[in-house]
Design a protein around this ligand. Structure first.
Ligand SMILES: C[S@@+](CC[C@H](N)C(=O)[O-])C[C@H]1O[C@@H](n2cnc3c(N)ncnc32)[C@H](O)[C@@H]1O
Length: 376
């Protein structure tokens, strides 16, 4: 590799100059040579460089890209990168060969460059999408494909839009199959809700369900009225003889389509269909039928709970488990309201507690509650 030999004190000036000309190969090191610095020169620089300084040839190992961020200078100037240090999106969600990331508003104009750096860094990624948040009643993701791997080539938004329609559809499809806590799941976050961030919560749900089964000495009946594509029920069903009866419903028809594929076998007695959770209590055959009730519509838990509680059995110990998004400072008043609703069942003697799981946004938190009802 060619290197420009310059006096040590001039290193930064030349480095800056080479970078501005795009002649600096990012990731390679500046070498020391006595009182001189050897600055690597990229292969794309002309053979005849307009300089009176000496060009020397030195071997350098190709740099291993440590993370996607080390590739960002390929797409954005150092000045821009430095101006926004601390804001660049380090985290992302990886669903098989689909990578999803969010970006702060102040740097959203650089989302394309971030996507290119991320896809260049991960050779197994097929498509990188910007996550513009969940939308609508179905809580589906608003995803924008920004970079894709098309054969040997990496293409950006423009390249994607120039592909023939069928090719484009396949390349940017968000249908994926993933593994979570030892189970397989088909999902598509742009048509049915799914978040890997809740995988830890589901693991805990399995633990709670096993405790309930041990308490009752038999397989338990589970109601998951906001089941999405079924990550929680799939993991409960994967446990030997843990689940007997099952209700898995969602208001989103696409979620139920995927749920059915994820469950494979569906027993005739199970209730797995499209349904509005608020109307389940109109079905007499569902009332007092379940040992475990999962409340996973975290913005509306409190409003929905009175309609769903009647699904729980009243003649045996039962478990109510749910999640709730709330302003952190309003936790005590929310606990009091939940407590009022749950005490109406006359089967709850405990203290209702909302346990903070993580920050939801700058002021709100995602909380979890677990209540043992009946005679434990
Ligand atoms: C936060 S997601 C949880 C999905 C799933 N339990 C999971 O952990 O992936 C909430 C789900 O509730 C569904 N939903 C919204 N309103 C509903 C309602 N009134 N009745 C039933 N499902 C509803 C949405 O379609 C979405 O799939």
């Amino acid at each position: 590799m060619r290197h420009l030999s310059v006096p040590k004190r001039d290193t930064q000036t030349f480095l800056k100059e080479l970078r501005s000309l795009n002649w600096y190969p990012e990731g390679y090191r500046v070498l020391r040579d006595g009182e001189k610095s050897l600055i690597p020169i990229s292969d794309s620089a002309p053979a005849d460089l307009p300089t009176s300084y000496i060009i020397v040839d030195r071997e350098q190992d190709a740099p291993a890209a440590k993370n996607w961020f080390s590739l960002l200078p390929k797409f954005l100037s150092e000045e821009i990168i430095e101006e926004h240090l601390g804001t660049w999106p380090n985290s992302h969600e990886l669903y098989s060969d689909l990578l999803i990331f969010k970006i702060e508003r102040e740097i959203e104009q650089y989302a394309q460059q971030v996507a290119l750096a991320k896809i260049h860094h991960s050779p197994k990624i097929r498509v990188v999408m910007l996550d513009e948040g969940v939308i609508g009643e179905y809580r589906v993701r608003n995803l924008k494909p920004l970079a894709a791997r098309f054969g040997e080539q990496i293409i950006d938004v423009e390249g994607i839009s120039n592909l023939p329609e069928e090719t484009r559809k396949t390349l940017i499809s968000s249908n994926v199959k993933i593994r979570e806590n030892g189970t397989s799941l088909l999902l598509n976050p742009s048509i049915a809700y799914y978040s890997s961030r809740l995988a830890g919560e589901r693991e805990k749900t399995v633990e709670s369900a096993i405790q309930l089964k041990e308490k009752l000495g038999r397989p338990i009946s589970v109601a998951d009225p906001y089941c999405g594509v079924g990550p929680a029920v799939v993991q409960l069903l994967a446990q030997h003889e843990l689940v007997g009866d099952l209700l898995a419903t969602d208001i989103n028809p696409e979620a139920i389509k995927m749920l059915k594929r994820n469950l494979g076998e569906i027993k005739e007695s199970w209730y797995c269909k499209i349904a509005d959770a608020l109307k389940l209590n109109k079905h007499q055959n569902l009332l007092g039928r379940f040992d475990l009730l999962l409340m996973n519509l975290p913005h509306s838990t409190l409003q929905h709970l009175p309609q769903l509680l009647p699904l729980l059995k009243t003649n045996a110990p039962t478990l109510l488990k749910g999640w709730y998004v709330v302003e952190e400072e309003e936790i005590p008043s929310a606990e009091a309201e939940f407590s009022k609703v749950i005490h109406q069942t006359k089967t709850f003697n405990g203290n209702f507690k909302l346990e903070i799981r993580r920050q939801f946004n700058s002021t709100k938190v995602l909380t979890r509650f677990e209540c043992r009802l009946g005679d434990w």
